[in-house]
Design a binder for this molecule. Structure first.
Ligand code: IPE
Ligand code: IPE
Ligand code: MG
Length: 235
């Protein structure tokens, strides 16, 4: 019996390269990447993995050409429109992690609707990290804790605790990440879930995100099940 992770986080990278290799526009790569999300959801449900976090758009991705940004948000809108019923009937809860400001209004409305509709679902949480940056998240959480303390007339000189900060992370109440997967060969974190991956096992694969199939997830899970997790202690 494999030891399965509770929380899998994925840096879905390589959509652009996938398209370029096929002589297609980059937007076609993002479209193919959306199909990979659909497949992944099905497999995760079959395996009863309770938490999945997906890096869909970073706070740094605004540096890309406006046409590419528009096509990513357009695809997100289409993804929600076409998948929401299925997501809901499968008992999946949608969460959004990231800064709301700057997300195009239409996309924000759709995400908000998806979050509201699915909020009581319990089979699995699909956490969309959109306009997400790990540094921004930690700073935002610190500022929120401080503001709360000022409002409650609490003393600030005692500092803040990990528990207080964690409650203000966008990902709350998700548990820490057990397995972080990054596709497309790059071996970096790119500002993803910096706090939550403190003790995650990190799996890099050369497979481009649109080519990531059930079998690739199984490979990652098999690799994960052979890790010895010590959390700083001894085994
Ligand atoms: C990841 O694929 C998807 C997003 C960042 C939205 P990329 O678009 O980064 O693909 P590559 O890295 O250029 O191949
Ligand atoms: C990370 O991929 C962000 C997402 C997958 C959404 P990038 O392609 O933006 O990361 P870098 O620029 O290669 O580090
Ligand atoms: Mg990339």
């Amino acid at each position: 019996m494999l030891q399965l992770p509770q929380h899998i986080a994925i840096i879905m990278d390589g959509n652009g390269r996938w398209a370029t290799q096929k002589g297609l526009p980059r937007s076609e790569g993002h479209k193919a990447g959306a199909n990979s999300i659909d497949r992944l959801m099905e497999t995760a449900l079959e395996l009863s993995i309770p938490y999945i976090s997906l890096y869909a758009f970073s706070t740094e991705n605004w540096k890309r050409p406006i046409s590419e940004i528009q096509s990513i948000f357009q695809l997100l809108n289409e993804f929600i429109d076409s998948q929401l019923n299925k997501i809901h009937s499968n008992g999946i809860k949608i969460q959004h992690s990231g800064r709301v400001q700057r997300i195009p209004f239409m996309s924000f409305k759709k995400i908000y609707k998806a979050v509201q509709l699915t909020k009581n679902n319990t089979k699995m949480t699909l956490n969309f990290c959109l306009n997400y940056g790990g540094k921004e998240e930690i700073l935002n959480a610190c500022n929120k804790v401080i503001k709360k303390k000022i409002k409650n007339n609490d003393k600030l000189d005692k500092g803040i605790t990990q528990e207080e900060l964690e409650k203000e992370l966008y990902t709350y109440p998700l548990p820490p990440v057990d397995l972080l997967i990054r596709t497309a060969g790059e071996q970096r974190i790119s500002n993803f879930l910096l706090w939550q991956i403190a003790y995650a096992e990190i799996y890099f694969t050369n497979t481009l995100w649109p080519d990531f199939h059930k079998q690739d997830l199984f490979q990652a899970l098999e690799w994960y099940s052979n890790r010895v997790r010590k959390f700083g202690g001894l085994k």
